[in-house]
Each structure stands twice: as C-alpha cells, then as structure tokens.
Design a protein around this ligand. Structure first.
Ligand code: NI
Length: 392
C-alpha cells in the first residue's frame, strides 16, 4: 500500500533530510539575501534531475514533479527559506555559523522537509497523477513578503494549482503530531502611523496652545472603539498602540505627537472597513480639538484563509496517514504569514508540524534565540507533505 511505502520512504530519507536541515541551520541567511540557500537547494534538485525555474521573485525556486499518469490534477507545496536577525543561543552542533543570523522560525526545517517530499514524490511517480509544484520561497519574514514577489513575478500565472499546502513548525505540539484550522487562521497585519499636529508652547499657558499630547490621549482611548464597538464580538480585532512620542518637557507642550501601532483581524472586509474608521476617528478627534492628524496605514500580510473543503480533505488524509491521535485542532493566531497571498488566489491550507520533544525539550517558541526542534518531527513533515500532494 502507498501509505506504508510513504512511511518507510520517509524513514529512509530521514538521515539525508536531517543533514539538509543541519546544513541550512548552520548557514542561515536573512530575508532577500538567500543566495547560498537557493544555490544549495538547486544543487540538490540538479543532482536529482528535478526541473525547476530560478530565479522567481528574488531567490525563489519553483520545482515541478510529474506523476506518471497525466492529468489536470495540480497541487503546490510551499516552503519558506529565510532566517531572522537573532544571535543563536543554543549549543547544537549545527548552531548558526553566521553571527547574528538564525533559523529561529524553522524555515530550515520547512525547506528540508520539502526536499524530502520531492524525493518521495519522484520515487512513487507511478502511483499518482498530475503535477506537484514545489515552491521554495524567500523573504517570508519581511515586508512585502517573498510570496507576493513570486506571484508578481509570474508564479502560477499560466497554471494555477487546484490547491496549495504550507507547513510550519509548531513547538506547542509534540513531534509526530500535526494541527489544522479550517477557515481564517492567521490575522491580517497592518502598521499604524499617526502624527497629531497642534501648537506648542509654555506648559503654564495652556490657553495659548493646541495640546497634541491631550489629543493623542483621547485618540488612544477612542481607538479602542474599533475592537469593542465597531466590530462584532464574534470577530477578533486587535488594535494596539505601542509607541507614543511627545517630546516636550515638564513645562513645554510640544507641537506634535507621533504614534505607532498595529491593527489585526481575520476578515478582509472588516479590515478595509476598520481602516476607514481608524482614519476618520483619529482625524475627527484631532480636528474637534483644534489640531489635525496625519494617518498612514501600511498594509502588511492579508488574512491566512484555510479553504474549508481543502482543509477537511487534508485532515482526513492526515488521519489516514498518522492516526487520529496525531491530528489535532488548532486555535486561531493573531500573528501573520505571507502564505496569505496564495490563499487569496486559490484554495490553500497552512498547517502546523509539532516539533516539541519529550520531557519538556525543544519547547522554546519560534523567534527565540534558543529555539530548536526535535528532529524526529521531520519524518512526519516529509511524509505528510508528500502524502497530501498525492492523496488530497
Ligand atoms: Ni515562520
């Protein structure tokens, strides 16, 4: 049976996949600089005689594997490959050799698992039909995001897959387990920049100034209307102001205040509507108090929407491969992912690969300087990626 084959083959390629991951882990590269990483991946694809396009949207690589039976069936698998500006604090033998740069979000794992999956897809090409497009994507960690750049550069322009899968490490779950969430899974993320302009002057003569500090205080409080009164309690909305600069003194009222914050939600229509509300609220309050406001909302990644039907089919396939006890339901997350761009144009499913070890090991969160994984997780990651591409 194919299932047994996939499980035994993922065990057979395990050592090789671990070696790939360790190489990538010790040679991390920042977003938009993944030159060596891309060259390493291309070397392996060349050796395995896998056809690919490069460069796509920067250092992106698009590999294609074909089943022996021709068909219009077409799925895509995506792995990101960039690292973070973090100085690694682990004692792993494969620790980063690039000072100040670290694979602290598991993108080394994603890439290694996708390579392993390609090998399984190739080995079993007579068992499945159609095409699997394997996307090695740069720059997930930094706006505008490698996904948007690859799409702009023509990825999927001629041939749109019927679905795309993305796999991400998850230290909150044990190795061997995976997690899914059908529907809006990860938040849209937008940056807020406000400048409140007033008229500065002596702190002892408030009647002669237009106090932007007081206006800013009203703005901060009023903005909480957006999550609490302008949005349904059924829809999570986050609005946080994290930076307020009023550079006056005990007796000086400054002429302006700058503010920065983040806005996140799980619905594109509510996102667009909230942007309008934020702008009119900040400007309206400033105006009503005699000042004026400049509002800039920098759009970040959209909502990661896991297609409900595709995700349920993936859950069924995962249960068939790994057993019911190893497939769990996830909760929504207010963090963001540029996988969202793929889900805007085709059915997508972004799921999680458990990477925690037994007895409390490997539990540091992603983006932590001591983040690492229980490598056994990669055997599950390789098998599931290949299996989804063949079975869903
Ligand atoms: Ni990540």
């Amino acid at each position: 049976m194919l299932k047994e084959k996939v499980i035994s083959q993922s065990a057979a390629v395990f050592d090789e996949v671990v070696a790939f991951r360790r190489h990538l882990h010790s040679h991390p590269e920042l977003s938009f600089q993944e030159k060596e990483t891309a060259s390493f991946i291309r070397g392996i694809l060349d050796q395995w005689k896998v056809e690919y396009d490069y460069p796509v949207g920067g250092e992106g690589i698009v590999a294609r594997v074909h089943g022996k039976k021709p068909s219009s069936r077409h799925f895509a698998l995506r792995a990101d490959m960039d690292a973070l500006p973090i100085a690694e604090q682990t004692n792993a033998p494969y620790k980063s050799q690039n000072p100040g740069v670290m694979h602290a979000c598991g993108h080394d794992v994603h890439t290694a698992c996708l390579l392993g999956a390609i090998k399984i897809l190739q080995t079993n090409s007579s068992e499945w039909e159609g095409t699997v497009t394997c996307v090695f994507q740069p720059a997930e960690e930094k706006l505008p995001g490698g996904a948007s750049l690859m799409l702009k550069d023509g990825l999927f322009e001629n041939q749109k897959p019927t679905g795309i899968f993305g796999q991400h490490v998850f230290p909150e779950l044990s190795a061997g387990k995976v997690g899914f969430f059908p529907g809006s899974y990860m938040a849209s993320t937008d940056e807020l920049y406000f400048t409140i302009n007033g008229k500065g002057g002596h702190g002892a003569k408030p009647e002669q100034v237009i106090d932007p500090v007081l206006i800013a205080a009203h703005v901060i409080v009023a903005l909480q209307q957006i999550p609490s009164r302008r949005s349904s309690p059924m829809m999570p909305v986050v609005l946080s102001v994290g930076r307020v600069i009023a550079d006056g003194a005990t007796n000086i009222i400054p002429s302006k205040v700058t503010m920065e914050g983040t806005f996140r939600t799980f619905d594109e229509a509510i996102r667009a509507e909230s942007h309008r509300h934020i702008e009119s609220l900040v400007k309206g309050i400033a105006q009503s108090m005699g000042g004026n406001a400049e509002v800039e909302i920098r759009r970040g990644y959209p909502v990661v929407y896991n297609d409900v039907s595709l995700t349920h089919r993936a859950i069924d396939a995962a249960i068939a491969l790994l057993g019911e006890e190893n497939v769990v339901a996830l909760e929504r997350r207010t963090t963001a992912e540029d996988f969202a761009y793929y889900t805007q144009i085709m059915p997508g499913c972004f799921y999680r690969l458990g990477t925690a070890g037994e007895n409390g090991t490997h539990q540091f969160g992603v983006h932590h300087p001591q983040f690492d994984i229980e490598e056994k997780a990669m055997s599950t990651g390789v098998a599931l990626m290949a299996w989804l591409a063949m079975q869903v």
